[in-house]
Design a binder for this molecule. Structure first.
Ligand code: NAD
Length: 370
């Protein structure tokens, strides 16, 4: 299959997302083209990212002096201590601003190494090689980098764009089913909030794509998702307005994750899938989304078995606690929360919704089975 490219147009911070199965094997040429003055490279990865990808990458970096650091997998890796560790290596190996950091792994590694790249000598070249579906369609695009603080997730960070993003969908062969479906939450989100054609394509192809991991279908879905994210980021690089629509389902998801203390039992993607399902029902209830369209969304959830068991974690009695977490959201004004809802499939909008009536009621409906 041919190599494809999606450009993220951000003036002097523009960069390409280069995409294609097997691309990791032929990445040498990209390094020469995009970081011509680079001599030293720091590869940042984690234990859960299979070794074979690092080996393939290394075989394409023979002309560089390469150092590798392998972190433990998991959200806990995104902390300031590890930023300190990365900075220490960068100083010790004497990397200059012409040199480069490569993030090889999922969103955790991308966020962590991107932040280190943004602060080392006020910015060293940074390349993203995302290897999970979530990182390929979401976290590697848009330049948000950062780590977690005691006070909250992603509370320390910067906007810092990579020189390029290299996506090899073949890396998804080794991904766990859970991580594949977690990433799919974001893929489906793009169809729902901004691209009806893509939603219709997913209606026809998502089942085969997810259950057989057909590489052509996966590549197409990743490319369309990257195009959607690039479009939003280009219009609103620093998250002042439009970028908010990317939070569809996420306000609910954050409440579920917070109430679960970010336990691994409920992944972010699973929480987003539930959040989008509830937000779609709320959209219908508030007279925005037509019944017919809601039915199509519900049908797709049923076909792909996307329902995570919220009842396994919470009961109706937990609603006050969930509302409590939503109340802490920065989008709250006078008991009303700005939620991303669907006007129709393929078109999202921001709407003030009352926490004590609309949101509470839709959560009750959810626990009672709509
Ligand atoms: N910067 C952004 O805009 C943005 C957007 C969304 C999410 N995020 C962040 O992304 C993170 C989640 O990313 P994630 O879902 O990729 O999780 P992750 O990075 O924890 O990866 C999930 C697991 O998959 C393993 N893995 C990676 N590649 C693999 C492969 N090819 N085969 C098998 N296993 C593989 C990892 O080692 C890890 O154990 C969160 O920290 C979240 O805050 C950032």
């Amino acid at each position: 299959m041919k190599k494809m490219q999606v450009n993220v147009k951000l003036g002097s911070n523009s960069y390409p997302i280069i995409l294609g199965p097997g691309l990791l094997n032929t990445s040498k040429i990209l390094f020469k083209k995009y970081i011509p003055k680079c001599k030293k490279i720091l590869i940042v990865t984690d234990k859960g990212t299979p070794d074979k990808y690092r080996k393939t990458l290394l075989s394409n970096l023979k002309n560089f002096k390469v150092t590798t650091i392998v972190f433990r997998s998991g959200e806990e890796t995104k902390n300031l201590k590890n930023i300190d560790k990365l900075l220490a290596i960068l100083f010790k190996q004497k990397l200059s601003r012409d040199d480069c950091i490569i993030a090889l792994g999922g969103g955790v590694i991308g966020d962590l190494s991107g932040f280190a790249a943004s602060i080392f000598k006020r910015g060293i070249h940074f390349i993203q090689i995302p290897t999970t579906l979530l990182s390929q369609v979401d976290s590697s695009i848009g330049g948000k980098t950062g780590v977690n603080a005691r006070e909250g997730k992603n509370m320390i960070g910067s906007f810092y764009q990579p020189r390029f993003v290299l996506i090899d969908p073949d890396t998804l062969n080794s991904l766990s089913v859970r991580d594949l479906f977690s990433g799919f939450a974001e893929v489906l989100k793009y169809g729902l909030i901004m691209n009806k054609n893509f939603f219709e394509w997913l209606e026809k192809n998502a089942y085969e794509m997810l259950f057989t991991r057909d590489i052509k279908l996966l590549t197409y879905a990743i490319k369309e998702s990257c195009k959607c994210k690039a479009l939003v980021v280009e219009k609103d690089e620093k998250e002042k307005n439009l970028r908010a629509i990317l939070n569809f389902g996420h306000t609910f998801a954050h409440a579920f994750e917070s109430a679960q203390n970010y336990s691994k039992d409920l992944t972010h993607g699973e929480a987003v899938l539930i959040g989008m399902f509830i937000a779609s029902h709320l959209s219908k209830k508030l007279g925005l989304l037509k019944e017919k369209e809601l039915t199509r969304i519900v049908d797709l959830y049923n076909e792909l078995n996307l329902h995570s068991e919220l009842d396994y974690f919470f009961t109706e009695k937990d609603i006050p606690k969930l509302l409590g977490f939503m109340r802490q959201d920065k989008k709250i004004v006078g008991g009303k929360i700005k939620l991303v809802l669907l006007e129709r499939i393929g078109k999202a909008m921001l709407k003030q919704s009352d926490l004590n009536t609309h949101v509470k009621k839709i959560l009750q409906d959810h626990f009672r089975g709509f």
